[in-house]
Ligand binder design. Structure first.
Ligand code: NAI
Ligand code: MG
Length: 495
C-alpha cells in the first residue's frame, strides 16, 4: 500500500506492496488502484493493481512452495499447528488496529468489525487444532492385503473473497487451507484489500515459509480470472455473486479444477403465530439490517403469520427507525455506509423501482446529517410489504438494508413460498413449538437453518448453500474436505 496524504495514521500499519514469494512487491507494470473509505468517499490508500503477469508470479511461488514440500513433508503437522496458533495470537495482539483498518476499508460499525476480527483469531486457533487431527482410514479388504486411505492436501489454492467481511472471509478459506498443507494465492476484493495484506504480514511474522501464502491485490477480471485457467492451480474457492460463481464453475470445468462456491441468498425468515414476539422482532430486523444488509445469508424475505403480522411489521419499523447511520468509527453508529458508490446505486435502484413493481413502501430511515459524511455511500434502512414474489425486491439478492415482508396463513404455504427461490443458503424460523420448528427446518431447502435466532455462524459448525447458493461446505471439519484429496494405498500381503 502506498500512503495517501491526510489518511488515518493506522493505515501506516498496512504493508506496502502485495505479498509474493515472501516479498512485498509492486505490480510489474507499477500500476496501483485506490481504496476508498465508504463513509466519506475519500481515497485512503493505493495498492498494487495485479495483472496476469503478477498472478503468474504468485502462482509460481505457491506451486514451488507446494512441490518442494516446505509446507508439506518438511514440516510436521505440529509445526503447522504452531504457526497457525501464532497467527491467531498476532491477530489478537493487533485487534484494535485490524478493527480500525477494516472499518476504514469497508465501512461497517466498530462493534461488527470487532466481532469479525475476534472470529478471525478464533478461526486460526480452531484450524490449528485440526492440523494434527487429519487422519485416514483402514477399510477391511481381506487378510491378503492392507488398504490405507490417506488424506493429502489438494495443492495450490486460489482463494477469491468478497468485501462484506473482508478479513473473516479470507480467514475462513486461508486457515483450513494452511491447516491441511495447501499453499495459497489469496485475492481480496478490490473494494477492501487492506486486511488481507495485514494477514500476510502476520503469517510472515508467525514463521510461515515464503511462498505459502501469497496475496495479489486487484480486480476480478485482471487478478482473479488468471487463476481460473492456470493449470498450476488445483483448487478455486470463491465467495461472491452468483453470476461470477457460475462463470468460475464453467471456466474451471475445462481443467476439472476443484471448486468451492459460496454464493448469494434470498433467505426466508419465518415468524409463526406462537413465536417469542419481542425476540423475533429484534432478530428479524438484525437479520436484514445487520452489516448494512451486505450479508449473503441476510433474512431478506420476512414471512409473518397473519395473527401477528401487524405487531411484527410495526416492531420492524420501530427497530429500523432506531438504527443510527454514521461513520463506522463512531461508537454510536449502528449502521455504516455500503461498501461502494456502485453498491449504493444498485441498492437504491431496487428501492426506487419497488413501488411501481407491486411492493408497498412502509418505511425508510434517515440518512446521516453530518456534512463530513455527505459523500459517503449511505443507504437508509427500508421496509416493504409484498403480496407475492412478483416484485424484483422479493426475488433478487439486493445486498443492502431492504426488508421485504410477506403475510402467510398456513405452514404448507409458507414452506412452499420459502422454497420459492433459486437460492438455498439460510433460513430462520421463529416459534415456541418444537415440532413445528423441527419439521419446518427439515422442509426448508437451505444449508443453514436457525431456530429462534438469525445469522450466527460459529466457525466450529458448518456453512454453505443448497441449490444455486453454492457448491461444497465451509467452516468446521467440513471445510477440511475442500482442501484435501483422498488416496488409497493398496499393499498386497499375499505370496
Ligand atoms: P463479485 O462476485 O464480482 O466479487 C467477489 C470477488 O470476486 C471479488 O474479489 C472480485 O474481484 C472477484 N471477481 C469478480 N469477477 C471475477 C472473475 N471473472 N474471475 C475471478 N474473480 C472475480 O461481487 P460484486 O460485484 O462486488 O458485488 C455484486 C453483487 O454480488 C452484490 O450486490 C451482492 O448481491 C453479490 N455479492 C454476494 C456476496 C456473498 O457473500 N454472497 C459477496 C459480494 C457480493
Ligand atoms: Mg475500501
Amino acid at each position: 500500500m502506498s500512503s495517501v496524504d491526510g489518511a488515518p495514521a493506522v493505515l501506516a500499519r498496512v504493508p506496502a506492496g502485495m505479498h509474493i514469494d515472501g516479498r512485498w512487491v509492486a505490480a510489474i507494470d507499477g500500476e496501483e488502484f485506490e481504496s476508498v473509505d465508504p463513509a466519506t468517499g475519500r481515497v485512503i490508500a493505493r495498492v498494487p493493481r495485479a495483472q496476469a503477469a503478477d498472478v503468474d508470479r504468485a502462482v509460481a511461488a505457491a506451486r514451488s512452495a507446494f512441490d518442494d514440500g516446505r509446507w508439506g513433508e518438511a514440516v510436521s503437522a505440529r509445526d503447522r499447528a504452531r504457526i497457525l496458533h501464532r497467527m491467531s495470537d498476532l491477530v489478537r495482539e493487533r485487534r484494535d488496529e485490524l478493527v480500525e483498518i477494516e472499518v476504514l476499508d469497508c465501512g461497517k460499525p466498530l462493534a461488527d468489525a470487532r466481532g469479525d476480527i475476534d472470529e478471525v483469531a478464533f478461526m486460526f486457533e480452531y484450524y490449528a487444532g485440526w492440523a494434527t487431527k487429519i487422519a485416514g482410514d483402514i477399510p477391511p479388504v481381506g487378510s491378503d492385503a492392507l488398504s490405507l486411505v490417506v488424506r493429502e492436501p489438494v495443492g495450490v489454492c486460489g482463494l477469491i473473497v468478497p468485501w462484506n467481511y473482508p478479513m473473516l472471509m479470507a480467514a475462513q478459506k486461508v486457515a483450513p487451507a494452511l491447516a491441511t498443507g495447501c499453499t495459497v494465492v489469496l485475492k481480496p476484493a478490490e473494494q477492501t484489500p487492506l486486511t488481507a495484506l495485514c494477514m500476510a504480514a502476520i503469517a510472515e511474522e508467525a514463521g510461515l515459509p515464503a511462498g505459502v501464502l501469497n496475496v495479489v491485490t486487484g480486480f476480478g477480471v485482471e487478478a482473479g480470472e488468471p487463476m481460473l485457467t492456470d493449470p498450476r492451480v488445483d483448487k478455486i474457492s470463491f465467495t461472491g455473486s452468483l453470476g461470477v460463481g457460475r462463470h468460475i464453475q464453467r471456466t474451471c470445468a475445462d481443467q476439472l479444477k476443484r471448486v468451492t462456491l459460496e454464493l448469494g441468498g434470498k433467505s426466508p425468515n419465518i415468524v409463526f403465530g406462537d413465536a417469542p414476539i419481542a425476540e423475533a422482532i429484534v432478530g428479524t430486523a438484525a437479520g436484514i439490517f445487520g452489516n448494512q444488509g451486505e450479508v449473503c445469508s441476510a433474512g431478506s424475505r420476512v414471512f409473518v403469520h397473519a395473527s401477528v403480522y401487524d405487531e411484527v411489521l410495526e416492531g420492524m419499523v420501530a427497530q429500523a427507525s432506531a438504527i443510527r447511520l454514521g461513520s463506522g468509527l463512531d461508537e454510536s453508529t449502528t449502521m455504516g455506509p455500503l461498501v461502494s458508490a456502485r453498491q449504493r446505486d444498485r441498492v437504491r435502484s431496487f428501492v426506487d423501482a419497488a413501488p411501481g413493481d407491486g411492493a408497498r413502501h412502509v418505511f425508510t430511515g434517515a440518512l446521516p446529517e453530518s456534512a463530513e459524511l455527505a459523500e459517503g455511500f449511505f443507504v437508509a434502512p427500508s421496509v416493504f410489504e409484498v403480496p407475492d414474489h412478483s416484485p424484483a425486491i422479493a426475488r433478487e439478492e439486493i445486498f443492502g438494508p431492504v426488508a421485504t415482508v410477506f403475510r402467510f396463513e398456513d405452514v404448507d404455504e409458507v414452506v412452499r413460498q420459502a422454497n420459492n427461490t433459486e437460492y438455498g443458503l439460510a433460513a430462520a424460523i421463529w416459534t415456541r413449538d418444537i415440532n413445528l420448528a423441527l419439521t419446518t427446518a427439515r422442509r426448508v431447502r437451505a444449508g443453514v437453518v436457525w431456530v429462534n435466532d438469525s445469522q450466527p455462524a460459529p466457525s466450529e459448525s458448518l456453512w454453505g448453500g443448497y441449490k444455486q447458493s453454492g457448491v461444497g461446505r465451509e467452516l468446521g471439519r467440513y471445510a477440511l474436505d475442500a482442501y484435501l484429496e483422498t488416496k488409497q494405498i493398496y499393499i498386497n500381503l499375499g505370496s
